[in-house]
Design a protein around this ligand. Sequence first.
Ligand code: EPZ
Length: 418
Amino acid sequence: MDYIKINGGNPLYGSLKVQGSKNAVLPTLAATILNRGTTVLHNCPNLSDVRVTIEILKFLGCKIKRESDTVIIDAKDITNNYIPHDLMNKMRSSIIFMGAIIARTGEAAMSFPGGCELGPRPIDLHLKALKTLGVDIKESHGYIKCRLEQMVDNNVHLDFPSVGATENIMLFASLSEGKTTIYNAAREPEIEDLQCFLNEMGAKINGAGSSTIEIEGVKSFHDCTHIVIPDRIAASTYLCGAVAAGGEIELESVCPEHFSAVTSILSECGAKIETGDNSAYIKAPEIINKIDIIRTLPYPGFPTDAQSIMMSVLALANGTSIIKENIFEQRFKTAGELAKMGADISVDGKVAVIKGVKNLTGSTVYACDLRSGAALAVAALAANGTSKIFNTHFIDRGYESLHSDFKKLGADIERIYQ
Ligand code: EPZ
């Protein structure tokens, strides 16, 4: 089993270019099947989730070429309108293809994505919205069959500003008849990037970034080229690494406004932060201040994806901090692994109480999910002694090369393949 080996104690110095956004590129790749032509995506990160998404595009009939961080998708011929079980199982967020496949072919079939390490991952909001828009949906034995009866103009009110459900509706409604308005839409930057991409292909969408998105369906799309936005959670990971390990780093090719909820907390922790149009500089504090309470919320609130990474920072704070996880049911598992390193964290339901300790100690730990792996790396950079982080496959889903990036910044870190 591969693992990442870290000898803690090196402060981080230097600059780093941040990868393209996983959570922007996945729905954008799905959207390319709406264009019966060729689409070029730049700044496409090389992640296992991206590789699975490309496998699905090929299964649907697309021809794909990858040249460094550019992916060229030829979606002239779509020959399948379903996603096989084995591909659905590889990545639950494949549900994002549903709206696009129905819009392109009139029907779609796929298995329920099922839960993941973060707990149950229901898709009721996706299905309810598509039904409202005229899609007939039959569910049996874990399989979902969709058929577009007659697209109806409609308003979709999301009970929760679900990122995936918002994206699925945008993909479906953009290439259909009629006008669709989404109320209580997710406001994440990835939604804005998807609107930008769809409009570059000829869609007529406005409002992304706000809670109300208006979509006027069009009959067809045309070829385009798009540059994927930077990954705000990857950026947050490196900033948290610098605060935990000490030192000062500069991130390039980022959109600081996309992770201002994270930099605001890190400033409260005592870090010195300066941001430019596409850069972010951070200098670690001598002592990390505790944070009374952090609540994870939909954007622009504090992102759940940065929760466990921030927990690693607060494990070393001077005092007791509280984190309330409002988005996912099981996103505190990292606390148990951090405890192996000497962290003092008590979890009760949605609340984690983090009593800062002077030092963490290197240990053998296991990533529980994608961001948990990143959080353990952040903690290991600061710990005394050597850590080994297993379950690296989780980390590979969202980071091109977490160990190479931290190595570039001076960490004593390597990936052991065995
Ligand atoms: C996206 O997941 C991201 N994934 C997640 O990032 C991120 O944590 C999440 O948004 C929240 O920001 C991608 O973009 C690929 P949601 P998504 O639908 O779309 C409930 C990472 O680490 N819900 O906004 O699945 C759901 O159970 C990953 O990069 C329903 O109840 O998130 C959860 O509690 C992890 N019914 C909450 O809403 C539904 O139909 C947020 O889910 C859909 C969601």
